[in-house]
Design a protein around this ligand. Structure first.
Ligand SMILES: [Zn+2]
Length: 297
């Protein structure tokens, strides 16, 4: 099976910053899953040892090009030439520490602002042990509480001890008889998404958190993002019952919405087995979330 790349959603544009070799970089990162995660044990293995790819863009170049773009109406094409580094590293998500460097390569920013790691100008940097340790140190300093919390959110449903920032919300104000969206607690968690003809569809998964109810339904509303405005519209939806493994349509959507087919396609696009992900989230909401709401009373 091919490895799966899962972009990490780390706060705002410049939240994740790395200072390395006396230079300042803006970083973006993605998790690389060795295969689709289908069991809690497999999720636990990744939490203990994850492969992460990190792209570093020279901060100065980035700011400069932004200012130029803002100044000129008939903007000249941005000059190529900023340094971009690509790093493959091992991260212990649980401990919040980078533990190894597998690969580092450098390239130049292209005129379009992209990184050409595949072309001839890309260069593999051979770091010795000391240089690797320096880079690991720099990466670990970059893991501020905000950055680390964002990196951990995709795993929250598998290991509740990873992040507790969601408990800072006013949980008491959320009524027990209302369905609670998982994304409300973990805005940087893993979106369940698929692309059809370049358009993005996302599942908003909602959970019953009424302590007096014992249902095992997961309510999934499929949102479509309109390409230009980014506005979201409810496109379809269904309920998936964990115990019976049955899909039920939601009455407000047309019966032309093929829930089984959408479930299958969302599952195919996800790095986590969809049934594992939804049932782990449901367990989290029933146990951790209800307990935390009680504790705030
Ligand atoms: Zn219920």
């Amino acid at each position: 099976m091919n490895p799966l790349v899962m972009p990490l959603n780390i706060g705002k544009d410049d939240t994740f910053r790395i200072s390395w070799k006396n230079r300042y970089f803006k970083a973006t990162a993605a998790l690389v899953l060795p295969h689709k995660i289908s069991t809690p044990e497999e999720a636990g293995a990744v939490i203990g040892d994850a492969q992460v790819v990190i792209k570093l863009i020279d901060f100065k170049t980035d700011l400069k090009s932004k200012m130029l773009a803002a100044l000129s109406q008939n903007s000249e094409p941005a000059k190529a030439g900023g340094d971009i580094f690509g790093i493959v590293a091992r991260l212990n998500v649980k401990q919040g520490k980078f533990v190894g460097i597998e690969d580092v390569r450098a390239t130049k920013e292209s005129a379009e602002g992209g990184a050409n790691f595949l072309d001839d100008s890309a260069e593999v940097l051979r770091l010795d042990g000391t240089e690797k340790q320096l880079l690991i140190g720099a990466l670990n300093i970059s893991l501020t509480p905000v950055v680390l919390d964002s990196i951990r959110q995709p795993f929250a449903a598998f290991d509740a001890s990873l992040t507790e920032t969601w408990k800072d919300r006013d949980l008491q104000s959320i009524q027990a008889d209302k369905l609670v969206p998982f994304q409300m607690l973990f805005p940087n968690g893993q979106p369940i998404e698929r692309f059809v003809d370049g358009e993005r569809y996302v599942i908003d998964d909602l959970y019953c958190t009424n302590p007096a109810c014992s249902c095992t339904d997961v309510t999934c509303v499929v949102l479509k993002f309109l390409p230009h405005s980014g506005t979201e519209v409810a496109w379809g939806g269904f309920k998936w019952n964990i115990e019976s493994d049955k899909l039920k349509p939601l009455p407000q959507f047309s019966n032309k919405f093929n829930a089984a087919e959408w479930f299958k396609q969302f599952n195919a696009a996800s790095g986590f087995d969809l049934k594992l992900l939804l049932s782990s989230r449901q367990k989290f909401m029933r146990n951790e979330y209800i307990a935390a709401r009680r504790a705030q009373r």
